[in-house]
Design a protein around this ligand. Structure first.
Ligand SMILES: [Zn+2]
Length: 158
């Protein structure tokens, strides 16, 4: 997915994908039945979204009788992970830790989740650093180490 920027799945398309993942194979009629009311979509809207996902090659289709069956070879977990990673890649490295803390604080987690997180934290402690260097482009970040470059009025990277 990452190598193909064309593959970006919009919020509306994601709703469709969730139906596909939950049911493995769907018809446009089935998707309409599941989402029509919630999303206030006409059948034509569902068909348009399915076609877009076909164009992006996230979905595939085959004929069965006189109707099309839509399915995907992508796993929900994989794609969701890619999206999360993509988002984290967009923020300054120095701010990732805070973001992770907020994610933990703002989500309902099971004892098992917490156990796994604790293990990951302990493991990470072995390679932790005192200070994370910011590798943002000067002018795209207001990290202290970029402040003096701003004052100089130059965008020089060392
Ligand atoms: Zn930065």
């Amino acid at each position: 997915m990452e190598e193909n920027s064309n593959c970006h799945i919009t919020g509306a398309e994601w709703e469709i994908m969730r139906v596909v993942w939950a049911n493995e194979e769907v018809t446009s009629k089935f998707v309409s039945e599941v989402l029509g009311e919630k999303m206030n979509w006409k059948h034509a809207t569902v068909k348009t979204l399915l076609n877009r996902l076909l164009e992006k090659e996230v979905l595939k289709k085959r004929e069965k009788g006189n109707k099309y069956i839509y399915y995907t070879e992508y796993k929900e977990q994989e794609i969701a992970k890619q999206y999360v990673m993509e988002t984290f890649n967009r923020i300054c490295r120095t701010k990732v830790g805070n973001m992770i803390t907020e994610l933990i604080e703002n989500n309902v987690l099971s004892f098992k989740d917490l156990e796994n997180i604790s293990k990951a934290v302990e493991e990470k402690r072995k390679t932790a650093v005192e200070k994370i260097p910011c590798d943002c482009l000067p002018g795209q970040c207001n990290c202290p180490e970029h402040q003096h470059e701003k004052k100089k009025g130059k965008c020089c990277s060392e």
